[in-house]
Write a new protein. Structure first.
Length: 284
């Protein structure tokens, strides 16, 4: 068969931050219903989660749904007196510092990981298809072990973890936020092996790290994310309607509307067709 007629290979296109705000969630639901994304990861610590989860339930089989582990935005699900003494979770910078100087209260982290897994399962009556982290917190020392341990204790062998690392030569070839991508890949060193050693799985191939610059052409950046895809390729994205609640809550605001417009466009479909890739809930 000619390569020009080869079937499109599946890749997972995941919209992060479901439930962070009403507007972001509505945008993600619009894309899911139009078959423009194939996965979303949910922030179950947000007050919108339990209500909005019902709308995700109607999309079962159409998209995969994962837990977007949150340890850096607003409040945890229960008191964490050492990690969040004021009741508010630490910044990513502070969380990273604690992780690398071995001062992370691992017992509190494991407790919150389990609470967030419980909140996910309670709302959807099923475990997450995958787990990732808001601002990639799941890859940090102490946190990654807690996530792997929690999934293992629950016997969730079908729940895969996001590996946000890619080969340096692929990062440089794509040319989108290369330094940021290399830093994330470095922080994720050893994650895939640890996950596999626990009998779990990861994606193989990752893209979507963005400078979140509203002056850039997001569509041109997205085309780069499809270059040199892995055999279990995952592309993360952050579309949504930027509502008032989002401002002051999260630094990613203006570019969410840009991503939403792009994924609704024919340009997005044309890029996938040209790359011979098709967004799917899994790689099977």
């Amino acid at each position: 068969m000619s390569s020009n007629h080869a079937p499109a290979a599946p890749f997972v296109l995941c919209a992060d931050d479901f439930a962070i705000t009403e507007g972001v969630s509505r945008g993600i639901l619009e894309l899911a219903r139009e078959n423009r994304i194939s996965a979303t990861s949910a922030m179950v610590t947000r007050p919108h989660w339990a209500r909005l989860a019902r709308e995700l339930d109607g999309l079962r089989g159409q998209i995969s749904v994962g837990l977007h582990l949150n340890l850096t935005l607003a409040e945890p699900l229960a008191a964490m007196p050492r990690l969040a003494p004021s009741g508010t979770l630490p910044t990513l910078g502070e969380l990273t510092r604690l992780a690398f100087v071995s001062r992370l209260p691992v017992d509190e982290v494991l407790g919150e990981v389990n609470r967030q897994l419980d909140a996910f399962c309670a709302a959807l009556q099923r475990p997450p298809d995958f787990v990732d982290g808001h601002q990639h917190v799941h890859i940090l020392p102490g946190i990654r072990a807690s996530v792997i341990s929690a999934l293992g204790e629950r016997g969730l062998k079908d729940t895969w973890l996001r590996n946000p690392a890619e080969r340096h030569r692929t990062i440089m070839r794509r040319g989108v936020a290369p330094l940021k991508s290399i830093v994330i890949a470095g922080l994720a060193f050893g994650l895939a092996d640890a996950v596999r050693d626990a009998g779990l799985s990861v994606n193989e191939g990752f893209a979507g790290v963005s400078p979140f610059d509203p002056t850039r052409d997001y569509g041109a950046d997205f085309a780069c994310y499809l270059v040199d895809p892995g055999p279990r390729h995952l592309v993360m994205c952050h579309p949504g309607h930027a509502d008032e609640e989002l401002v002051g809550l999260d630094p990613i605001v203006a570019t969410r509307e840009q991503e939403l417009r792009f994924f609704k466009s024919s340009r997005f479909l044309d890029m996938c067709a040209e790359a011979r890739l098709k967004a799917a809930p899994s790689w099977a």
